[in-house]
Design a protein around this ligand. Structure first.
Ligand code: UDP
Length: 367
């Protein structure tokens, strides 16, 4: 009889949930695969975690490490300490990690020392900016991974340049788009609130934008200027909201709201005149939806959203942001195409690859 393959998924933060959901679904269809889901508890707020499990129909985690917040070192270390005994006891044949959050790198470090095989979903993305904590997580996770699933060809090139053997790298497409494609019809159907005819949708949470008071002040000032031309709706991350309160800024007509559930946020993106963001995932989703996106960063680990999609990098230049908004209100919006393999089937391709490697991965269970 063929040995079952035990795959253990580690997730912890909001941008992981829309990535794990389609992979769990695709693997559920494989009878020979047993799955375990570990939530590290990096995001524990109901508005950043529970609601995503419900809407994305992710089963309740088998294990919750409940690490909570802390500095990068504290959080990464707590995840490692709490995950090690779980992995030693459950002995999965493969651990799948997602994206670039602290849970991703922490799990990869623990697995590599326990000699458990690692698959990285969303491998190979690089901003080439090591001041960004996520970039460190990406580089380390990719170096330690045995199977690297990339969303676009640039990922393959980056990994090859870093000396990762080609046979470990699989171009599968974008799993985040799998979730978007599956749930967009439901999101549009559920849309109850009437939205303004024209609005800018804003999300900002990167330390480079929200931790420095001068930077945040000039961004808020330019959002206020923009709010004279169209509504500005800003579902704000707890971290951003805290900073705005700490610095005591006047927020004028900017409409701050709670972080939105996934379906509501998708419907808002679809309806937006423009999206202003520093989120990685939002750059991709707007490219898929064909909605203009202005990214308040000097670089992006998702260059395909600029070269092929609707994304424009405006740096931290508030003046440029206002100029670009004016330009698109005057009918000069950037158009784009949907990148290859962002087709809703990336997770199925991952499942097929894993099943084809099953004999070899299942063996490590008994190593
Ligand atoms: N998102 C959401 N509600 C919000 C803001 C974002 O559902 O209020 C979703 C968004 O659609 C995308 C994901 O969260 O799927 C992106 O996560 P985040 O911006 O936290 O992380 P990043 O992609 O920058 O790592």
């Amino acid at each position: 009889m063929e040995m079952a393959l035990h795959i253990l998924h580690v997730v912890g933060a909001r941008p992981n949930f829309m990535k794990v959901a389609p992979v769990l679904r695709a693997l559920t269809r494989q009878k020979s695969v047993k799955q375990t889901l570990v939530h590290t508890g990096q995001h524990y707020d109901a508005s950043l975690s529970d609601i995503f499990f419900q809407q994305l129909e992710i089963p309740a985690p088998d294990v919750n490490l409940a690490v909570g917040s802390g500095s990068h070192a504290q959080q990464t270390a707590s995840i490692m300490i709490r995950l090690e005994p779980i992995l030693s006891e459950r002995k999965p044949g493969l651990v799948l990690v997602y994206g670039d959050v602290n849970s991703t790198v922490a799990a990869a470090l623990v697995c590599s020392k326990l000699q458990i095989k690692i698959g990285h979903v969303e491998a190979g993305l690089r901003s080439f900016d090591r001041s960004m904590p996520e970039e460190i997580n990406r580089i380390v996770t990719d170096q330690l991974s045995d199977l690297l699933f990339t969303p676009s060809e640039d990922g393959n090139h980056n990994l090859e340049k870093e000396g990762i053997p080609t046979k470990k790298i699989h171009l599968v497409g974008n799993v985040m788009i799998d979730s978007l494609k599956r749930l967009l019809p439901l999101a549009l159907q559920n849309q109850k609130n009437s939205l303004p005819a024209k609005f800018a949708l804003v999300t900002l949470h990167r330390p480079s934008n929200v931790d420095d008071s001068n930077t945040l002040k000039s961004i808020l000032q330019s959002l206020q200027n923009i709010s004279r031309q169209l509504d500005v709706i800003f579902p704000s991350h707890p971290r951003t909201r805290q900073r705005v309160a700490d610095f005591g800024f006047d927020t004028g007509h900017i409409q701050f709201v709670e972080p939105l559930p996934y379906l509501e946020f998708l419907a808002m993106q679809r309806a937006a005149t423009v999206v202003i963001t520093d989120s990685g995932g939002v750059q991709e989703e707007t490219t898929y939806l064909g909605i203009p996106c202005l990214t308040l960063r000097a670089n992006t680990e998702r260059p395909i959203t600029v070269s092929r999609g609707t994304n424009i990098l405006v740096g931290q230049d508030a003046h440029r942001l206002e100029e670009e908004v004016t330009k698109l209100l005057n009918g000069k919006a950037k158009h784009g195409i949907v990148p290859p393999l962002w087709d809703g089937h990336a997770a199925e391709r991952i499942a097929d690859i894993l099943v084809s490697r099953q004999p070899e991965l299942a063996k490590s269970l008994h190593a």
